[in-house]
Design a protein around this ligand. Sequence first.
Ligand code: HEM
Ligand code: HEM
Length: 197
Amino acid sequence: MRVNFPWARAGGCASRRADAPWGAVAKCFHWLVAALIFVQFALGWLAASWRLSPTKLDLFIWHKSTGMLILTLVVLRLLWRLVTPTPALPADTPAWERAAARASHVLLYLLMITMPLSGWVLNAAAGVPFRIFRLIPLPAIVAPDKQTADLAAAVHFSLFVALAALLVLHIGAALRHHFVKHDDVLRRMLPARGASR
Ligand code: HEM
Ligand code: HEM
């Protein structure tokens, strides 16, 4: 198996080809996590704004469980990314665009990890015992404390705003590749395009 270490890629590793599609597993991770993130925005918003009732509690169970599922999938996705080749951007991509793409992808990964972590801290600090999908007990990572809970809630909300804004740019960039630059960058991430792994 070819090992695709980040430091090996900086100089243009031979495994990066501009015309190569993303592997099937990488595509699955991308679209599954993307769909879950959009569902998660809706669940978080509904859970936070619903009037106090059994439905509100159900919405929170789904929101927190989906959040922990996203965290798990993102960790697996990053591990997969380390050991499989990723396609390079087209050769004529200007340096600023390469830097912007790289920075925004790193930020997206960071936000996909810090969002669920801040939710987890918020849940523990609020002293709420919780079972993921009503099955797996979620360990408390901090002691119950009102100030920590308030801070974690503010951080959770700020990260949500940052993630939503970055996604507008991310989706805009993907559409620009397709409709303005007429290159393969969006197409090669779509499920229909053939892939080997
Ligand atoms: C309609 C929604 C979306 C579209 C059209 C889209 C499109 C794309 C495309 C075309 C790429 C490949 C870029 C390349 O080949 O260099 C990509 C990569 C990526 N996308 Fe999305 N995306 C969407 C939603 C999301 C969401 C919701 C997230 C996560 C919050 C996300 C996170 C990422 C990340 C982290 C990468 C970099 C993959 C890597 O280098 O490992 N995307 N996206
Ligand atoms: C990628 C993962 C996650 C995303 C995108 C996300 C997104 C959101 C959104 C949009 C809201 C509503 C806005 C707000 O009041 O902050 C929210 C609220 C909330 N989330 Fe998450 N969340 C994620 C993971 C989690 C996890 C794993 C937990 C707990 C284990 C959690 C616990 C909460 C709580 C308790 C609230 C209510 C906050 C309040 O009422 O101030 N979230 N989340």
